[in-house]
Design a protein around this ligand. Sequence first.
Ligand code: FES
Length: 195
Amino acid sequence: MTAPASSSPPLSPLQPDPPSRRRFYALATNLLGGLIALLVGIPGVRFLLDPLGRRQDQGGFRTLPLTLAELEVGVPRQVPIVEVRTDAWVKYPPEPVGSVWLVRQSEGSQPPLVAFSAECPHLGCAVNLAADGQTFICPCHASAFRLDGQRLNEIPPRPLDQLEVDPESIASTQTPIRVKFERFRTGSEEKIPLA
Ligand code: FES
């Protein structure tokens, strides 16, 4: 007796993908991998390069939003130092991190502008301008200073901390003033920059 003939077609052996399809899959996989690497890598590269793009931070100098022409001779002006912090993913809103006092000097003086840190060298409170406009005073323990930063009493251990002004920024009265914003150790007779 012979077995009945099957109606279904014989199984064919598995055929490998044609070469063109394999190449397409490989190309697509490589492209996808590259795209993911790019997306992940961009914020890291930005983080590394960010300081190069922040002109305000070059050498610690900050560009202030005013010019010499906007200052009156002998009338101190307090200017906040505003910082925009960024990291690899977030740009934070601008926030004040301190302030400086600017005093324009009389015509023909060199330098034409003097800048002081507003941080009291005694214990670090913010120094204010007295009502007479001729004295800086500290509300915390009554340190007092002349407009040239020299001490008027023995409470602070040293004069107000003078800050470096970019000479190019005050060569003209119309360009924004640039000041090197620094902090110094308080309670010390010496002016020691903080790292
Ligand atoms: S912190 Fe200014 S007088 Fe003490």
